[in-house]
Design a protein around this ligand. Structure first.
Ligand code: PLP
Length: 391
């Protein structure tokens, strides 16, 4: 391995050889199915808002696809995270462990519960929380008091751990579940990026007490904006429905609400879009995998860079294709971003790490060497379904 001065040019050419002359976005929505038919049905029915048959159908289709016992559709993935943390019993003053390498929504949702984010490191292989490093860290930074895991530094209870399946690649969920058991910590999964990703055949987002999905415009499937909470627990599903529908007691005409709930319902119009998108999901997933194979072949020739692949035993949805620069070439990240964006190939660095954002500067954190290294070395490249089919 050595510094490869031609890397920016070679990367730009390799991407172009797969996706064509472009311009090419990072992850564009794709509407090749029944979207217009279902949207028209929805409008004709006048049920475009917070109730309607597409919401029920979308929730049912999501449960069938993921194998979760229940899916509750909500207005976006961030709202899904907020409710999932409440379902797990996260309360004011608690701490929640989460990766510093994530999208800001994961950390914001902890704050919405008046709880405190506590940032931990990632694995270089999965990009998600490393259970071995987490376990060692908790042994030194916490103690068990009355059966609860307490942070030495703050005296606060660590209530939950919130792993995220980065770019669709599953975390080591078995390892994390073992750590959660050892320290009596609840587990909630941010599966916003991993619809269609599996660990040993089980869908991500169905391992913890609850998991969350996002259907934002850049995700594997989109409802315009939308999200869902997955859970195998019938009581938690009922609680999720209640909390997300203004905590209204069902009655033919009376308005009685038994707590401060949220208006987080997914409109029927968006659910109609979701039903059509889910029908095409298996097709998209095949195309995403095919695109990975095209990129992997093209980049196997280029020294200094590789393409992220699914961890062993896992099936990734390959939501965002990702280049990993060698240490020797990490300094070329910004030149590569420039060379690719200049020819209309949209590429992006990974998110700025959470522990450096102004609102999270005071938060507790573990040593974060792997996340800090990944931040310098990762580049997302064009990943829309359908790209690469003609190369
Ligand atoms: C997309 C995403 C979310 C949720 O985003 P919304 O835009 O609110 O649907 C949450 N976490 C991660 C990691 C995401 O990528």
């Amino acid at each position: 391995m050595a510094f490869n001065q031609a890397l920016p040019k070679l990367v730009a050419e390799a991407i172009q050889s797969i996706v064509g002359d472009g311009p090419s976005g990072l992850h564009e929505p794709n509407f090749r199915g029944n979207e217009l038919v279902y949207l028209k049905d929805c409008i004709d029915s006048t049920y475009v808002s917070s109730v309607g048959e597409f919401v029920d159908r979308f929730e049912n289709d999501l449960a069938v696809f993921t194998g979760a016992k229940h899916a509750v559709a909500v207005v976006n993935g961030t709202a899904a995270l907020h409710i999932a943390l409440l379902l797990a019993g996260v309360e004011e003053g608690d701490e929640v462990l989460l990766p510093t390498l994530t999208f800001v929504a994961t950390a914001n949702a902890v704050k919405y519960c008046n709880a405190h984010p506590h940032f931990v490191d990632s694995s270089a292989q999965t990009f998600g929380i490393d259970p071995h490093v987490l376990s060692d860290y908790l042994h030194t930074a916490t103690e068990m008091r009355g059966g609860q895991c307490v942070n030495h530094r703050t005296g606060r209870v660590i209530r939950a751990v919130l792993p995220m399946h980065t770019f669709g690649h599953p975390v080591d969920i078995d390892g994390l579940m073992a750590v959660a058991r050892d320290f009596n910590i609840r587990l909630v999964e941010d599966a916003a990026e991993s619809l269609g990703s599996y660990v040993e055949g089980t869908h991500t987002g169905t391992f913890g007490m609850a998991g969350t999905l996002s259907f934002n415009g850049n995700k594997t499937i989109t409802t315009g904006g939308g999200g869902a909470i997955l859970t195998n627990c019938t009581e938690l599903a009922a609680r999720a429905k209640h909390l997300t529908t203004t905590a209204k007691i069902a009655h033919r005409w009376n308005f009685v609400h038994d707590e401060v709930g949220f208006n987080y319902r997914l409109p029927n119009l968006n659910a109609a879009l979701g039903c059509a998108q889910l029908e095409k999901l298996p097709e998209y997933l095949m195309e995403q995998r095919g695109l990975y194979e095209c990129y992997a072949t093209a980049f196997s020739e280029i020294e200094g860079v590789s393409v992220a692949r699914e961890p062993p035993g896992c099936t990734s949805n390959y939501w965002l294709q990702t280049l990993i620069l060698d240490d020797e070439n990490a300094s070329q990240r910004d030149s590569i971003l420039l060379a690719t964006n200049e020819i209309g190939m949209m590429t992006r660095p990974v998110w700025g790490l959470m522990h450096r954002l102004p609102m999270f500067l005071e938060a507790s954190r573990a040593p974060l060497p792997v996340a800090e290294s990944l931040e310098r070395k990762l580049i997302n490249i064009p990943s829309s379904p359908g790209l690469g089919r003609n190369s």
